[in-house]
Write a protein that binds this ligand. Structure first.
Ligand SMILES: NC(=O)c1ccc[n+]([C@@H]2O[C@H](COP(=O)([O-])OP(=O)(O)OC[C@H]3O[C@@H](n4cnc5c(N)ncnc54)[C@H](OP(=O)(O)O)[C@@H]3O)[C@@H](O)[C@H]2O)c1
Length: 272
């Protein structure tokens, strides 16, 4: 039995606990910490999982999943650093926080795995990228992969690629929402009521995603399959190319990567 404690059961923490239960983990293996008593009571009642104090979590759990907001990490580390026994696995869901930050504050040899998840974790469809710190071994990464597979897909990346991952799959859902929003506006321009346009576009997005994931097709081949000679799609595609949409997306993702690097610098200063 592996005891898992989620430190900070907000949106992501709750989604993970719920996914782990659905994947068959026993409630007795799980626990969580939470500052707000009403929220703690509500979660304990909904999921039948024990709410514990941080001190108890660090003693009892084998795996500590840190799911507080990045700005709340310092007080949490101040609280756990003096109490945490050696040999624990720390899994950080905090965007932008390097494994080194934990390694410098926690007992020598603590295994740390950094995760960049995304919000579709809330519906069990996360894309999580994981990277091991200096003391994370293959069995730690295997365990984290197994845990996160209960709420979506998992990829392993070197920690140096986490800023790029943040821009691609961390921010990615926002770019898809932006496209969907624009396409619904186009429907309205063409005289389709908003709710009908939303149905048409959202289901098209779901269908296209299923074709990409389950149909095993390459995006170029899938697009070519709906682009017939002198047809409607090619007329639309020409406009997208004319407006530089491809280049705009590449620039957007590069800008998001650069911002992630910039935000990460604040933690480098904290570390020194
Ligand atoms: N949401 C996203 O899009 C997304 C994507 C990728 C990664 N992440 C990462 O996931 C993490 C969690 O995000 P979220 O959206 O789930 O945030 P959230 O809903 O604000 O959850 C954080 C929870 O931690 C609690 N907390 C803070 N400090 C604590 C402490 N010392 N002890 C116990 N509980 C504490 C907070 O309580 P209070 O409410 O009392 O403050 C809150 O319930 C963040 O680090 C974020 O970077 C989020």
């Amino acid at each position: 039995m592996t005891n898992i404690a989620v430190l900070g059961a907000g949106k992501m923490g709750e989604a993970l606990l719920s996914g782990l239960l659905k994947a068959g983990r026993a409630p007795a293996e799980l626990m969580f910490t939470e500052r707000f008593p009403t929220r703690a009571e509500e979660l304990a009642k909904t999921y039948g999982i024990e709410h514990v104090e941080v001190a108890a979590a660090v003693q009892r759990a084998d795996v500590l999943v840190v799911a507080v907001k990045p700005q709340d990490i310092e007080p949490l580390l101040d609280e756990i650093a003096p109490k945490i026994p050696g040999g624990k696995l720390v899994v950080s869901l905090c965007a932008g926080l390097p494994t080194k930050l934990y390694e410098r504050r926690l007992p020598e040899g603590t295994a740390v795995v950094r995760v960049m998840p995304n919000t579709p974790m809330l519906v069990g469809e996360a894309m999580s990228a994981i990277s091991g710190g200096a003391h994370a071994e293959a069995h730690h990464l295997d365990l984290v992969e197994e845990l996160l597979s209960s709420v979506g897909k998992v990829a392993r990346v070197p920690e140096g690629q986490q800023d790029a991952v943040t821009a691609l799959s961390g921010s990615g859902p926002a770019y898809f929402y932006f496209l969907v929003e624009a396409m619904i506006d186009a429907g309205i321009l063409l005289g389709i009521p908003r709710d009908k346009a939303a149905d048409l576009i959202v289901q098209s997005a779901v269908g296209a995603a299923a074709m990409l994931r389950e149909g095993g097709g390459h995006p170029v081949m899938l697009r070519e399959a709906v682009t017939s000679p002198a047809g409607t799609t090619i007329s639309g595609l020409r406009e997208l190319e004319k407006h530089g949409v491809r280049a705009a997306l590449i620039d957007a993702i590069e800008a998001a990567r650069d911002r992630s690097v910039e935000l990460g610098k604040a933690h480098e200063i904290d570390e020194d």
